[in-house]
Design a protein around this ligand. Structure first.
Ligand code: ZN
Length: 267
């Protein structure tokens, strides 16, 4: 599966060519927002290379550093800790650039001679063309309501406003859909048990959801997806979020306390 700084549809406008072009040039089509593809720490964020990368962000993940070049603006600052999927900047054409794009590159220890083939690493084809990054969408329903709140895409997972639900409104229904393949999810009822796993969201039936009308949900789970990282968290009604749960290591929630909001991402 691809790991792209752009969500939705994007183009490869220049391929990785080794020393003569150490990264991929990517153009966001669906969105001009650039997301980190790894967790790590922001080492550079700003106009640190006016004749080269222009306004850019560099993120360190262990020994590896990731470059996102030619931005219009950054959305992080030096020292920030980010997760994969965090919004880090807006596509632009600063520095040595002839049109809006993101130069995406990875090097070991920021050594300019120790770069990798970012196409192999990210699985973005090393060929000019249009591609689509799969995404997760999900929504929840307030207790005893007939209508769901709007769908949330996993785009702004690091944005505290990017959640499904409303603070203080306990939920009784959850729906999820993943454009990259199947997704299985389930919910636990307050004072009850785990309901059966639900496969995808079925647009054609009203039963394509996890939950029971009028019964509060207190925990949720998503099954691991091969080759992908799944993260999930929920918040007890009117309170803060519980920690992120990764790849179904445990459930998200707290048995005995109804939840009101959900955040999830697959990358
Ligand atoms: Zn480039």
């Amino acid at each position: 599966m691809m790991n792209s700084p752009f969500r939705g549809t994007f183009r490869v406008s220049q391929t990785y060519k080794g020393a003569s072009h150490k990264g991929l040039d990517l153009v966001g089509v669906t969105s001009n927002e650039i997301y980190s593809t790894t967790s790590g720490v922001v080492e550079i964020a700003g106009n640190n290379d006016p004749k080269g990368f222009g306004i850019y962000v560099r993120i360190r993940d262990g020994k590896n550093v990731y470059y996102y070049g030619h931005m219009k603006a950054t959305k992080v600052k030096v020292g920030d800790k980010v997760n994969a999927g965090c919004l880090i900047g807006i596509m632009g054409s600063t520095g040595n650039s002839t049109g809006p794009h993101c130069h995406y590159e990875m090097r070991v220890n920021a050594n300019s001679n120790d770069f990798v083939n970012i196409s192999t690493l990210s699985r973005i084809p090393n060929a000019i063309g249009s591609y689509e990054m799969p995404y997760l969408k999900y929504r929840v329903k307030a207790l005893g309501n007939d209508k769901y709140y709007p769908w949330v895409h996993d785009y702004n997972i690091c944005d505290s406003n990017g959640y499904a639900g409303v603070s203080g409104k306990q939920i009784d229904g959850l729906q999820m859909s993943y454009t990259g393949g199947n997704i299985e999810y389930r919910v636990h009822l307050l004072g009850g048990k785990w309901l059966p796993w639900v496969l995808n969201y079925d647009n054609t039936t009203i039963n394509g959801y996890a939950g029971i009308y009028g019964q509060v949900i207190d925990a949720i789970e998503i099954k691991p997806i091969a080759g992908k990282t799944v993260i999930l968290r929920s918040s007890v009604s009117g309170k803060d979020y519980y920690p992120w749960v990764e790849n179904n290591s445990t459930y998200a929630g707290s048995i005995g306390k109804g939840i009101d909001r959900v955040q999830a991402s697959v990358f």
